[in-house]
Design a protein around this ligand. Structure first.
Ligand code: SF4
Ligand SMILES: [Zn+2]
Ligand SMILES: [Zn+2]
Length: 319
């Protein structure tokens, strides 16, 4: 095969060379391959039932708009489907989240999707920017992402529950999964890995508190979602959160490490993804019987502490 021709239709207008598979793709074949990938992931991992109430977490970025766009298309072909609902969390990050949520709102308006926005200010009492300036110079400062991710995860879950969701669809892509897996290994967070096992039994102790989460983009590298979103004119908000640069954390370094490895081993993210599937399954069966404490404040499972991290933070920020 000559460089310059699409592997499938032989057109010479290429948009991508996938080093991990050796494919060269034109625009149409690339777009088709992404949409097929999402459909296959949903069916292979039994992510959806035809009559599920689906809530889609959207930030207005490329991943969440690609996900919502594809779920809209899938639902259109399913005569039993219920209307999708989009849910955004506004953490209160000046000059960033307000802008990305505007992209989310515009998108939902264009496609007629109901859109609910929940703010840190209304649920936690303070926006993330205020939390960070309050805690910044204290001894127990945890960095913005730790606060943000813990609080947002719970608000998304509870928000989806309030909206009657059976499933919460998240825009995590292959790169996110590879990065999180490596982080969890580096910090020996085996209980988290076991919790992320994809085929967890629906009736276990944890499941009744947490809505089933699915990640239909989990087998697509980040740069391909970026390309897809641009080719489809989804008008995603293009910028990154300022805390990712301002508040350097190991996650960013792990991501840089993976990107560097990709130059030499283009398939590295897929290896990490397959490692995640295998190891999370093994750990799930090992940790399954483990006793979980219930948080004394909210009743949610909380490992071996009396109060969960969400309630601990909430109390701390109100003080
Ligand atoms: S980069 Fe960190 S602070 Fe910014 S939205 Fe993500 S988790 Fe929150
Ligand atoms: Zn083609
Ligand atoms: Zn709690």
């Amino acid at each position: 095969m000559q460089i310059g021709n699409c592997t499938y239709c032989h057109k010479d207008a290429l948009v991508i060379h996938r080093k991990y598979s050796g494919e060269f793709l034109c625009k149409d074949c690339f777009v088709n391959s992404i949409e097929k990938n999402i459909n296959k992931t949903i069916s292979k991992y039994q992510m959806l039932n035809p009559r599920d109430n689906i809530v889609v977490a959207i930030s207005g970025g490329k991943d969440s708009l690609t996900l919502l766009y594809n779920l809209i298309k899938i639902q259109e072909q399913n005569y039993q489907s219920k209307p999708l609902i989009a849910l955004s969390i506004d953490e209160g990050i000046a000059n960033y989240r307000n802008r990305s949520i505007k992209s989310a709102r515009d998108f939902c308006k264009k496609y007629g999707v109901k859109h609910k926005i929940i703010t840190f200010r209304e649920k936690i009492g303070k926006p993330l920017d205020e939390i960070v300036s309050l805690k910044k110079n204290t001894d127990n400062y945890q960095n913005a992402c730790n606060y943000c991710a813990t609080l947002r995860r719970r608000l998304l879950n509870d928000g989806a529950k309030d909206l009657g969701a059976d499933v919460l669809a998240m825009g995590h892509n292959l790169t996110d999964i590879a990065e999180t897996f490596l982080m969890n290994i580096l910090f020996k967070r085996f209980h988290l890995l076991s919790n992320q096992y994809i085929f967890k039994r629906a009736d276990n102790n944890v499941h009744k508190f947490f809505i089933k989460r699915i990640s239909p983009l989990m087998r697509i590298p980040e740069e391909e979602i970026f390309l897809y979103s641009n080719l489809k004119n989804l008008n995603h908000y293009p910028s990154h959160c300022p805390y990712r640069e301002k508040d350097p954390i190991l996650r960013k370094r792990v991501l840089d490490f993976i990107q560097d490895c990709k130059k030499y081993s283009p398939e590295i993210e897929f290896n990490l993804f397959n490692g995640f599937l295998e190891i999370s399954e093994l750990l799930y069966h090992q940790h399954e019987q483990k006793y979980y404490n219930s948080c004394e404040v909210c009743g949610y499972p909380c490992g071996n502490t009396k109060i969960c991290l969400y309630c601990t933070y909430k109390k701390e920020f109100k003080a």
